[in-house]
Structures are given as C-alpha cells and as structure tokens.
Design a protein around this ligand. Structure first.
Ligand code: ATR
Length: 281
C-alpha cells in the first residue's frame, strides 16, 4: 500500500472484526484502480458505536461498512436512513455527505441479486416462486432483493417460525410463511432455493434437506461461502441444478460502497475471487 497525506479513507466496523474479508477486498480494488486510499478494520464494542460513527466525518473518513452486531442499532444513530435500509431493517453501508452527515443504506439485497445475475444472466426472477430458508438478518435482505427483482412469491421457512412471521409483517403478502418441517415438500414449487441459515458453514451441521421434489431447472444458492461449495450446493449440483455460491454476494454488496467512497466502480474478476479464497486455506 502506498498512500499519501491526501488519501481517501473508509473502514469496516464490527465486533469482532478480525475474520472480515472486507479489508482484503476493498484494498485489492484500491490497488487495482490505482486509487490513493485505504480501508481499515475497526473493532468497536456496541457501547462505543455512536461515538465512533460521529468521529468518522471529523477524521475525514468518506464512510464505512458495518457488520455484526451493529447493523440494526445503526438505524437510530445515522442522520438519514435510505428507504432500502429501512425496508431491510438494517444498515451495512454508511456514507458521509458534504456537510458531514451520516447516510445509512443497505447493499446486501443488491449484492445478492447482482451476484445471481452475473453468474446466471438468463435466470428470470419473475418465472416462479422462491423458497428461502432462515429468517435472520441476511434472510430479510434476500427476501427484499427477490421481491424487487420480480419474484412473484417467497415461501419463507425458519426453525423459529415467529421470526419468519416478523419478516412477512415487514415485507408484505408476497412472503408466505411455511413451517420448517414442510421444507422438503415446498421445494416442488420453487424456481429458486436460497439457504440463508448458517447450516453448512464450516464447523456447523449440514442443512438437513431432501431435494427430490425440487425441479431440476431451479437455481440453488447459498449465502454461506466457507466452504464455497456447501453440502447443499454439492447435493444440488449432483442432480443437475444450477448453483450459485455465496462469495459473490459479499463481493457485489461491496461495489456500491466502494464507488460512493472512492469514486470508481470496481470490477469483479476471477482473480479477485481467487485472491479472497486464498485467505481461507
Ligand atoms: P443472521 O442474522 O446473520 O442471518 P442468525 O440470526 O444467527 O444470523 O440466523 C441464522 C439462521 O440460521 C436463523 O434463521 C436460524 O434459525 P432460528 O431463527 O430458528 O435460530 C438458522 N439456524 C441456525 N441453526 C439452525 C439449525 N440447527 N436448524 C435450523 N435452522 C438453524
């Protein structure tokens, strides 16, 4: 890294933050684009979040990403919440405007949809229902993205049904909550299946699901990216379904923040994916 006194600055704020791939990703793009700038990790405890956010404009930062556990609490800290973040109920990207105000947005829905579009340009979201497993923060962004992209109906299933009901209350009637026990049967209606649970991640149990009824032309995607090919994706690939892994969502959600802070739209390349994967070995 070779930065001058005039470098543009951005950060990622989380607690913990040491496993975040975002610094590696943004600093790769800064190097590729030849931009005088830096993107740094800040481990900030919840009780210090507001003070830290308020200090960013004073220190000349252009903005930041925020990750667990701060995504929801930021809604009441920033000066303006853009509609997409309000809809998702969480902020993952903050920009500092010319008057030093903090503007909060959410790029996770964009990242999820753009990743699928980049890997499967012929996939028509309007052609059929989606089945979404899980009802955490990621599920809310995925559901909002799918509805915006034109999916006619989302079947939402979560072990704790109440959490799925809350998403339905928030996003409306195109979300239909089904019981977790019904997950194998509901697949018969799916044009796209999305796992947003943590199941299948390194160190966790695999997702317990039988894909027999899933149409073979349905797209299967997992937001877990460690491992890149989760047991769910392996199983789907074996029976001929097109699969989309979760690494791209992380990359694509980062594009909008990078462009806002550093003024250039970065590229997603196979080399970048490889560079991010090297750290997991
Ligand atoms: P995030 O907000 O980042 O998405 P989270 O709130 O931990 O993360 O959500 C993880 C998701 O994985 C939840 O939908 C969770 O289901 P519950 O709401 O019932 O906890 C789901 N999940 C985790 N372990 C699971 C398991 N063993 N079986 C089924 N679902 C599981």
């Amino acid at each position: 890294m070779n930065i001058s006194g005039a470098a543009r600055l951005a950060a990622v704020i989380g607690h913990p933050i040491k496993h975040s791939l975002s610094p590696r990703l943004h600093n790769y793009w800064l190097r590729q684009c030849g931009i005088d700038g830096a993107y740094i990790p800040l481990e900030i405890a919840p009780e210090h979040l507001e003070k830290t956010l308020r200090a960013l404009p004073l220190m000349g930062f252009k903005g930041c990403n925020v990750t667990l556990p701060h995504k929801e609490s930021l809604l009441s800290i920033v000066d303006e919440v853009l509609p997409v973040a309000r809809k998702i109920g969480a902020i993952n990207t903050v920009t500092v405007d010319n008057s030093g105000r903090l503007i909060g947005t959410n790029t996770d829905a964009y990242g999820f949809i753009e990743n699928i579009r980049s890997l499967d340009p012929y996939f028509a979201f309007s052609h059929g229902p989606a089945v979404v497993l899980g009802a955490g923060g990621a599920a809310r962004a995925v559901c909002a993205g799918l509805l915006d992209a034109g999916v006619p109906l989302v079947y939402l299933l979560n072990r704790t049904r109440d959490k799925a009901d809350i998403i339905r209350e928030h996003l409306g009637d195109k979300i239909q909550v089904e019981s977790w026990e019904n997950r194998n049967a509901v697949l018969a209606k799916a044009a796209i299946l999305v796992n947003t649970t943590s199941l299948g991640m390194v160190g966790k149990d695999p997702l317990d699901i039988d894909l027999t009824l899933l149409p073979t032309d349905a797209l299967v995607t997992d937001i877990v990216y460690n491992p890149l090919e989760t047991p769910l994706l392996k199983q789907a690939k074996l029976r001929g379904n097109h699969i989309v892994d979760g690494l791209g969502m992380l990359i694509y959600q980062a594009i909008l923040g990078f462009e806002a802070w550093f003024g250039t739209r970065p590229e997603v390349t196979p080399e970048l994916r490889q560079f991010l994967l090297e750290i997991k070995k």
